[in-house]
Design a protein. Structure first.
Length: 380
């Protein structure tokens, strides 16, 4: 009898623990993730803000949506993400797995269910300390990769292989831009240091290019293209964008026909990515063949990276006033709006974006300074 009572008490205690834990995750079991009225409108504005930035960096809209909703809500299940985004569970699951492999998000099991809830691992608070640490880690990975590939090139440097000079010059440029970004990331927390940042630019025009690479050089090029397509540093970018961008890094000068041969992509997809790169100012038209085929050129690897960052950061400038307007409305109508579901989450998210905006704004002006100096050097 005593053992039965003890067993009953033990089971009752376990049920109580599960109940308490489930209540701590009550957002998972109720529709508190569905915001209403004006709060939902503000949420969609924040999503549009993130999508505008994502589009500038060639990022997948699925990745942008998932990351932003997780930022706003702190934790969400796959089912909840499906309700918010409209994406399929399969697509959501695939992208969440990719983000976990990169260390951007994590998951925890919800006691008493067969469900996981997902949450951001990146600290996007005002001091951006985790983001700084992660960015430096990715830059170091890129440095180590380039070092190993340069060692491979050094083994064949005396063979005068076709494409060797081109790819060596492009390696030099990649190393320059990595140095610039490392210095900027180191200063990320101190806004004044970023504002006053300058870089002693030692840039020389690269007269070398070729549309054909020796097989030994092509192997190294393939490794470089794969790295830039799948590296965590470029995580979230559209794969087609990254691949075409990478071939302009290695080859400098290409036609759409060259790109179709290198990538195996259709003429339509190549044309789309070429137009994207032209719009961003990353490449330009330099020649037209007798048959009317256009030749495109990426003049500077370093400048191209800086232009991408500049375009991304410009969205923060554009959205600064819009975010300020949302904040003013939240403050002015707080008593009424705080009765609506989601007020606290939106209020916190808007404040977070506004607190980090000055940092990105100063990054914008620092990169603008370097970009302008580099553009001047190209015209000399």
């Amino acid at each position: 009898m005593f053992s039965q009572d003890l067993k009953f008490e033990k089971n009752l205690y376990s049920c109580m623990i599960l109940f308490i834990l489930s209540m701590s995750n009550r957002r998972t079991f109720r529709n508190t993730h569905i915001f209403e009225g004006k709060i939902r409108e503000y949420e969609l504005q924040l999503i549009n803000f993130a999508l505008a930035i994502g589009e500038r960096r060639g990022q997948s809209p699925i990745i942008t949506n998932l990351l932003t909703y997780l930022l706003i809500h702190e934790q969400l299940t796959q089912k909840q993400l499906k309700q918010l985004t409209g994406f399929s569970i399969g697509s959501i699951s695939t992208h969440l797995t990719a983000m976990m492999s990169m260390g951007f998000i994590d998951k925890r099991f919800i006691p008493g269910t067969h469900t996981n809830t997902y949450f951001l691992k990146i600290d996007l608070g005002p001091n951006l300390s985790n983001l700084k640490k992660m960015s430096l880690s990715y830059l170091n990975q890129a440095r180590e990769f380039l070092k190993s590939k340069r060692e491979d090139l050094n083994k064949i440097i005396d063979k005068k292989k076709e494409g060797l000079e081109t790819i060596l010059n492009r390696f030099n440029e990649i190393e320059v831009v990595l140095q610039i970004y490392a210095k900027l990331v180191e200063m990320l927390i101190n806004v004044d240091d970023i504002k006053d940042f300058d870089y002693d630019l030692k840039y020389h025009k690269d007269p070398y290019y070729t549309t054909e690479f020796d097989p030994e050089i092509k192997i190294i090029e393939d490794d470089l293209v794969e790295f830039f397509t799948y590296t965590p540093m470029f995580f979230g970018k559209q794969e087609l964008f990254s691949e075409v961008f990478a071939y302009f890094i290695t080859r400098k000068k290409l036609s759409q026909k060259n790109l179709r041969k290198l990538t195996g992509l259709s003429a339509g997809k190549i044309s789309q990515e070429i137009n994207n790169l032209l719009e961003l100012g990353i490449i330009r038209i330099v020649e037209k063949s007798e048959k009317g085929e256009l030749i495109y050129q990426m003049d500077s690897v370093s400048l191209s990276f800086l232009k991408i960052s500049y375009n991304i950061l410009s969205e923060y400038i554009v959205w600064k006033n819009k975010l300020g307007k949302i904040h003013s409305e939240l403050e002015s109508n707080k008593e009424q709006l705080k009765k609506l579901n989601g007020f606290n989450e939106i209020y916190h998210s808007v404040n977070l974006f506004l607190k980090i905006t000055p940092i990105y704004e100063n990054l914008y002006y620092a990169i603008e300074k370097i970009k302008n100096k580099m553009e001047s050097s190209l015209t000399i």
